[in-house]
Design a protein around this ligand. Sequence first.
Ligand code: A3P
Length: 290
Amino acid sequence: MARRVAHSIEYGGITLPALVHSEDSVRYAHRSFQVQDSDVFNITYPKSGTTWMKEILTLIHSNGDPTRSRSLPCWERVPWIEQITAVKYLENQTCPRLITSHLPAAIFPESFFTSQAKAIYTVRDPKDVCVSLFYYTKMASFLEHEEDFGEFIRKFVSGEVLFGSWFDHVKSWLAYKDQANFLLLTYDELLKDLRGSVLRICQFLGKDLDVPAVDSVVENASFEVMKGNKMVNYSLVPEDIMNQKISPFLRKGISGDWKNHFTSEQSAAFHHLYQEKMKDAGIRFPWDEL
Ligand code: A3P
């Protein structure tokens, strides 16, 4: 196996993996990128359902036709605005452009905030994000990995992980939750009711899909179908960068896997910290209760 070399860059107080980011690429996204009113953004903290939303948006955009989602890698169809390849991939986008970002609001493209562009923010139970990220850092050679899960939790809650603190990220975006061009979704509700969530997204985007088209979105964005689609399961990425034998990119796709990883002490300590950090968030999530 290749030796782990986890280079990173810093921008706006957060750390991003240097494999696909540079200070210039993030500054370009933040300061120079010109948002169009027709743009649709897929915004997440990592491991919160980014890839899932890429698939859902691609399929809705193509009225349920899976041809595009089966023939073009997901990172080209719904590219990250902060990555080095953003300009290249966005050049080939037709209107509306579907764009992904892991950036917190403070360093998000400035022109977004005076535009009519739409943004979907997907948030996931942070304990599940923590577990998912733990496995991801294990299989992705470009990320620093911590063998001890207890120590990883400590790093996660103190924001010593890529894209910084989950709490800061989520709160930075919750500030926009009541705006008409902003849709807040949870990973957990996508999981519970994918069809209902797809319909909500369609309504938000002003897309009127007929029943067979909605059926196709739901079918092709299912965990099983995505796992078998090499354009979205990351099997196109060489093994020395992402080793799926260590942990698959589409790993379990469930809610509550934290129960298999956190001890009751770790869970109680996390909950205590969560309550403290989120007390001013102005919203309650299903996972707020222990
Ligand atoms: P797990 O590691 O818990 O399985 P991201 O795309 O933001 O990196 O998030 C990856 C997480 O989303 C992984 O979680 C992955 O399995 C899950 N995921 C991706 N597609 C999914 C789907 N169709 N249904 C359920 N979970 C999905």
